[in-house]
Design a protein around this ligand. Structure first.
Ligand code: SAM
Length: 257
């Protein structure tokens, strides 16, 4: 299928391109690619070593355990990715030391037409790549992975599902958790009763206004219980805020000077 004007191009710099390829071949991501909404490619830094299969790592200056990815093949791979881009790309290095990934960052990234995602391995990459070639460091969370590929795939998946036309229904991502700083209400499907567990009666009532009210209440209740930190910035009515007193936005401290 031909690419649309607004097609997002993701290029992952990775020593394991087969991971990225497998990921691009399933589900919503594959469908988005088939619809011309996105392209997903990978570039292996090994291709930029003299024999095309050479060393991409070396021991760290100053000593210490493990290996570090070297500058020349990585820089050459990023340069190749830049050359393939249609617009000025954003180069992100996946790193536990980066900005923590959340839905707000994903939404920012949807505005980027060309995204180059650098996945490290070993003890990480030579800092000089971060200094000169990288625009932003992004972390999947406060834990250490063996490589950046899973973080790159998480970003691509979350960005793609926000692209208009990527999901079956245009409305499907609107109620997802974190849109509007609320967690999504609980979902149920057939059968109506399973192992003695029944679906909440309101969902079978056919009363759409009642269902919408129930979902809204459950969404707020759940967020208050599980993620009260989100609720502060959620668009709640005065009545809803009264029901959940902890949800009032905090007024910034007054500076009397
Ligand atoms: N020595 C590094 C440190 O302590 O910051 C960790 C290196 S880690 C074993 C190897 C690679 O996995 C990193 O270069 C990075 O690309 C990726 N990685 C590890 N944890 C990650 C995280 N939380 N988010 C994103 N990428 C991560």
């Amino acid at each position: 299928m031909s690419m649309t004007e607004s097609c997002r191009r993701f290029t992952v710099i990775s020593l394991f391109p087969e991971l990225i390829q497998a990921f691009a071949e399933v589900g919503i991501v594959r469908r988005a690619c088939e619809r011309g909404l996105a392209t997903i490619n990978s570039i292996d830094p090994r291709a930029f070593t003299p024999d095309g299969r050479g060393n991409v790592d070396d021991s760290p200056y100053g000593g210490g355990p493990g290996m570090v990815m070297t500058v020349p093949p990585l820089r050459a791979a990023i340069r190749e990715a830049r050359d393939r881009a249609a617009t000025r790309p954003c180069v992100a290095y996946l790193s536990p030391q980066g900005r923590r990934l959340d839905q707000a960052l994903i939404e920012e990234l949807t505005h980027q037409r060309d995204l180059i995602l650098v996945a490290g391995r070993y003890e990480g990459i030579d800092e000089r790549i971060v200094e000169r070639d990288v625009d932003v460091e992004i972390s999947l969370g406060d834990f250490v992975l063996s490589g950046g590929e899973i973080a790159a795939m998480a970003i691509i998946d979350a960005v793609v599902r926000l692209l208009p036309g990527a999901l079956g229904s245009a409305l499907s991502s609107g109620a997802d958790s974190f849109s509007d700083n609320l967690l999504e209400y609980p979902q149920y499907t057939r059968p109506e009763i399973v192992d003695g567990q029944a679906v909440p009666a309101v969902l079978l009532s056919g009363n759409h206004a009642e269902i919408a009210r129930w979902r809204r209440r459950e969404s707020i209740r759940r967020t208050a219980l599980r993620r009260p930190d989100l609720l502060e910035n959620a668009p709640l009515s005065a009545a809803e805020r009264q029901e959940y007193p902890g949800s009032a936005p905090t007024t910034p401290d007054r500076d009397d000077n």
